[in-house]
Design a protein around this ligand. Structure first.
Ligand code: PMP
Length: 417
C-alpha cells in the first residue's frame, strides 16, 4: 500500500463510518484552525474534533507542556493513584474554574469520554436520591452507552441499540413542541409523584448534536428553580458547550445557576487527549471505594495539558472576552448570509457554537459538501441534519472567520439555497 492509498481502509475498516465518508482524505498535520492532508491540501477546520480542540490543533503552549512531561520517565498510566500531574490538574481546576465560580463540587474521574461522564452523572444522582427516573429533553444528545443513549433523543442514534431502550421521561426543550411535557407540566407531575419523582434532569444549554438550540436564560433559571423546589438533581451536560465554547467557561454562567452535577470532556484536555470529569455536589458523592471505577482514569498527559490550558486561558477574563468578540464577528457574518439566502434560513446557537438552520433539509448537507470542496470543514446537526454547524477552535483568527464566511457564502450560492 502506497501512502495515500485508501484501499486498506475500504477493505478492513467497518463500513459503518460517517466522518471519513464526509471527508474522504488522509489527514496528516495540523495547527491552529487548519489541517493538511497527505496529498498537500489544506483545510480550514470549523469542526475542531467535534469540539475537542477549543484551543486549536497542536496548541504550542499545551504541546510544550506535554513534551516537557514526556521528556522524563513519568508515570503515564496511573489508574486512579495520586500523581503530580493529577495534583496540578486539580489545582488548576480548583483555582481557575471552581473557586472563582463559588463551586464546592467534588471532581470525579469517570473514564476518558463524554459518554463516561454522562453515565457517571446518571448513576450518581440515582444512588444519591434513591430514585430511578431521569428526565431528558427533546433533541438532547448525551452519548452512546446504554444510559447516555436512553437520555439521547435522536431516533437514528437510538436505533443503534437494535432493540427498544429503557426510556427516560422526555420533556420539551425550550421552544420545542410535540408530545413531550413542558416545565409547568413537570411541576405538577413531580408534586403528584412525591417519592416517585425523578432522581434528576439532564440538559444541554446549547444542544450540540440536536440542532444548536440555545435555551434562554429565563428558561434555564426556571428549570433550575423547578429542580430545587422538588429536590430533583440538575445535571448540565457541558461536554460540548463547556470549556469556553459559548463564551464563558461553563454554558450556565450567564443564567447565574449552579447545577448539582456538571459533565465535562471533549476540550477539557485542550490538546485532544481523552479526559473527562464529573463535577458533583459533595453530598452526591456517595460511592464507596470500588463502586464506580475504570482503568483509564489517570492518564497523566491529559492532566498536564488540561492544567496548562486552564492556567493559560482561564486565569482571568481576557480569553472569554476574546471568544465573545470572535463569536460576534462570526454571527454578524452569518446574519448577512441568512439575509442573502434565497429560502428561509436563521441563525442558531450561542458563542462559537453557532450556525445556520435551513428550511430545506437537504440544503445544510449540500452546503457542507460544497464547503469541503472549497477548503472548509463544517458539520451538520439537528434531527434532519438541517443545520450547518460551526465549531471553530476558540483561538480562530479574524482572517480565518472571514475566510470561512466567504467559503460558506460561495457554497450557499453554489447550491442555490
Ligand atoms: N454529551 C454531549 C453534549 C456531546 O456532544 C457528546 C459528544 N458529541 C457526548 C455527550 C458524548 O461524548 P463522547 O463522544 O466523548 O462519548
Amino acid at each position: 500500500n502506497q501512502p495515500g492509498d485508501s484501499a486498506i481502509f475500504e477493505a478492513r475498516e467497518s463500513s459503518v463510518r460517517s466522518y471519513c465518508r464526509q471527508w474522504p482524505k488522509v489527514f496528516t498535520t495540523a495547527s491552529g484552525a487548519r489541517q493538511q492532508t497527505e496529498t498537500g491540501e489544506s483545510y480550514l477546520d470549523f469542526f475542531a474534533g467535534a469540539g475537542a480542540l477549543n484551543y486549536g490543533h497542536n496548541n504550542p503552549t499545551l504541546k510544550t507542556a506535554l513534551m516537557d512531561h514526556l521528556a522524563e520517565d513519568v508515570v503515564i498510566h496511573s489508574m486512579d493513584m495520586h500523581t503530580p500531574a493529577k495534583r496540578r490538574f486539580l489545582t488548576a481546576l480548583t483555582e481557575q474554574v471552581l473557586e472563582p465560580r463559588g463551586m464546592d463540587h467534588k471532581v470525579l474521574f469517570p473514564g476518558p469520554t463524554g459518554t463516561n461522564t454522562v453515565e457517571a452523572a446518571l448513576k450518581a444522582v440515582r444512588k444519591a436520591t434513591g430514585r430511578t427516573e431521569v428526565v431528558a429533553f427533546t433533541n438532547g444528545f448525551h452519548g452512546m452507552t446504554l444510559g447516555a443513549l436512553s437520555a439521547t433523543a435522536n431516533q437514528m442514534k437510538r436505533a443503534g441499540a437494535g432493540v427498544p431502550l429503557t426510556d427516560v421521561t422526555r420533556a420539551a426543550y425550550e421552544g420545542h413542541s410535540g408530545q413531550a411535557a413542558d416545565l409547568q407540566a413537570l411541576d405538577a407531575q413531580w408534586a403528584e409523584a412525591g417519592e416517585d419523582r425523578p432522581a434528576g434532569v439532564i440538559v444541554e444549554l446549547v444542544q450540540g448534536e440536536g440542532g444548536l438550540n440555545a435555551a434562554s436564560t429565563e428558561w434555564v433559571q426556571q428549570l433550575a428553580e423547578l429542580c430545587t423546589k422538588h429536590d430533583v438533581k440538575l445535571i448540565v451536560d457541558d461536554v460540548q458547550a463547556g470549556c469556553g465554547r459559548t463564551g464563558t467557561f461553563f454554558s450556565f454562567e450567564p443564567a447565574g445557576i449552579t447545577p448539582d452535577v456538571v459533565c465535562l470532556s471533549k476540550s477539557l484536555s485542550g490538546l485532544g487527549l481523552p479526559l473527562a470529569v464529573t463535577l458533583i455536589r459533595p453530598e452526591l458523592d456517595q460511592w464507596q471505594p470500588g463502586e464506580h471505577n475504570g482503568t483509564f482514569r489517570g492518564f497523566t498527559p491529559a492532566f498536564v495539558t488540561a492544567a496548562a490550558a486552564l492556567e493559560t486561558y482561564w486565569a482571568d477574563d481576557a480569553f472569554a472576552t476574546e471568544v465573545q468578540a470572535r463569536a460576534e464577528r462570526l454571527r454578524a457574518g452569518l446574519a448577512e448570509l441568512v439575509e442573502a439566502a434565497s429560502g428561509e434560513a436563521a441563525i442558531r446557537g450561542r458563542g462559537l457554537m453557532t450556525g445556520i438552520v435551513f428550511a430545506d433539509t437537504e440544503a445544510a448537507e449540500k452546503i457542507a459538501a460544497a464547503a469541503f470542496e472549497r477548503g472548509l470543514m463544517v458539520e451538520t446537526s439537528g434531527p434532519e441534519s438541517e443545520v450547518v454547524k460551526l465549531l471553530p477552535p476558540l483561538t480562530v483568527t479574524d482572517e480565518e472567520i472571514d475566510e470561512a464566511l466567504r467559503i460558506l457564502r460561495e457554497s450557499i450560492v453554489a447550491i442555490g439555497a
